[in-house]
Design a protein around this ligand. Structure first.
Ligand SMILES: *Cc1c(COP(=O)(O)O)cnc(C)c1O
Length: 415
């Protein structure tokens, strides 16, 4: 067991996007000490930073392959395009879901072959389709006649998945159904249009919505997929071979719940489909928990019992997830500066606190009514589980450049 773990660690250390960078091996609970060591080295600048734990990435990949071995993951790059995360996932055997030319370029630059990429944006600029054709990315999705016209023009040999609307997605934190997915009555006309255009529709995809908490949604969507496979047979098309169950997965107990829904649904609707390949596009599942964000307390105000703090990342940066991803976040203090005897402030009295981001915008408020011990300027606040739809969607508004935030790599021995 120990040697398997070491081999896996070796694979990750040599992964594209990782090799050549410093990776600090940590004991299971070594993250806080590691962040303190980074902070003590960074005494001058006090810029925010991320720690990406490759041990967590590896454990998540292992969890996926043990729980849903029949479903091949294509990691959704948009969720977090950090090269060390992409390279680690590539080395572990994941494929990739790209949504634009730049994302395809990034994944190819890590040495991933184009047949491991799905261009899973149902509405693509013509020039990006042309680019995909030129580099051999030959699998994409569509949900409109107009998209078929573009594909016929720029990439007529491309294999296609028809994206259908998952009817149950309204409960997800970020539903996608108002924007994407063919309605049931649109499926047959779209398949006919593809037939007329001599395009090759090889399967079906859906997305139950990001941050889904209602795992049963996979069941209804898999049932709908079956009826699309049957519609294709009725139209005399070649048998469909790809079922893409999309994203929407969260690590933890929700993942086990999703698997408990998905496995019987596959059994029920696709019991003996010869040559069927089942794929998925998890983003959040792989990206969320491996990243921890450390921010510096750059300001403070005391108003009676209320404590107000300013930190150097916020709503226009990594913490845009509060607005855009409807994320609920939490943080823990790291009072390295003011309290070296008790840096995590365990057991200390807490105050109702507000945490503001650094920009001159009142909307840039990260937490209100949050219980925190008394902190001083130059202490740190640490945000766990900060890898999904965080830095990927941050801006450089007011000169606070999210893209410049450094990522330190660690490998925790979790077994
Ligand atoms: C955003 C997106 C994903 C990833 O969704 P998660 O909820 O993060 O797993 C997958 N596929 C498509 C087409 C997407 O747009």
């Amino acid at each position: 067991m120990g040697s398997i773990t070491r081999n896996l660690q070796g694979v990750l250390l040599g992964a594209p996007g990782v090799t050549g960078k410093r990776v600090t091996t940590l004991p299971k609970t070594g993250l806080t000490d590691f962040m303190r060591s980074v902070i003590s080295k960074e005494k001058e600048t006090k810029e925010p930073f991320y720690v990406l734990d490759l041990g967590v990435v590896s454990a998540l990949f292992d969890k996926w392959t043990r729980t849903l071995p029949m479903v091949c993951p294509f990691y959704a790059v948009k969720c977090n395009p950090e090269p060390a995360l992409l390279g680690s996932l590539a080395a572990l055997g994941s494929n990739f879901d790209c949504a634009s030319q730049a994302e395809i370029e990034l994944v190819l630059s890590l040495g991933v072959s184009p047949d491991r990429i799905i261009y899973a944006n149902p509405c693509k600029p013509g020039s990006h389709i042309k680019y995909a054709a030129s580099v051999g990315v030959n699998l994409t999705t569509f949900d409109s006649k107009e998209e078929l016209d573009k594909i016929q023009k720029w990439h007529p040999k491309c294999a296609l998945l028809i994206r259908i609307k998952a009817l149950d997605d309204s409960i997800a934190r970020c539903p996608l159904g108002s924007k994407y997915g063919a309605l049931p009555e649109e499926v047959t006309p779209l398949l006919e249009a593809a037939q007329t255009a001599r395009l090759n529709v090889v399967g079906v995809s859906f997305h139950i919505g990001s941050g889904a908490t209602y795992s049963q949604a996979y069941e209804g969507a898999i049932a709908s997929t079956k009826s699309v496979f049957e519609a294709a047979v009725r139209l005399g098309m070649p048998r469909m071979t790809i079922l893409n169950i999309g994203g929407g997965f969260t690590a933890g107990s929700l993942f086990d719940e999703a698997a408990t829904t998905i496995k019987p649904a596959l059994q029920a609707y696709f019991p003996n489909e010869p040559g069927l390949t089942i794929i998925s596009e998890p983003g959040r599942f792989f990206a969320e928990s491996p990243f921890t964000l450390a921010t510096n307390v750059i300001g403070k105000r005391v108003r009676g019992e209320l404590r107000e703090y300013w930190i150097n990342d916020g709503i226009s940066g990594s913490l845009n997830c509060i607005l855009n991803d409807h994320a609920t976040i939490t943080c823990t203090p790291l009072a390295c500066n003011s309290n070296s005897a008790n840096p995590t402030c365990k057991g200390e009295r807490s105050y109702s606190s507000t945490v503001f981001g650094p920009t001159c915008d009142a909307l840039d408020t990260v937490l209100t009514g949050h219980q925190l011990p008394e902190l001083q300027v130059d202490d740190w606040l640490v945000f766990p589980n900060m890898g999904a739809y965080t830095a990927a969607a941050g801006s450089s508004f007011n000169g606070f450049n999210t893209a410049a935030i450094l990522t330190y790599l660690s490998y925790s021995n979790l077994s």
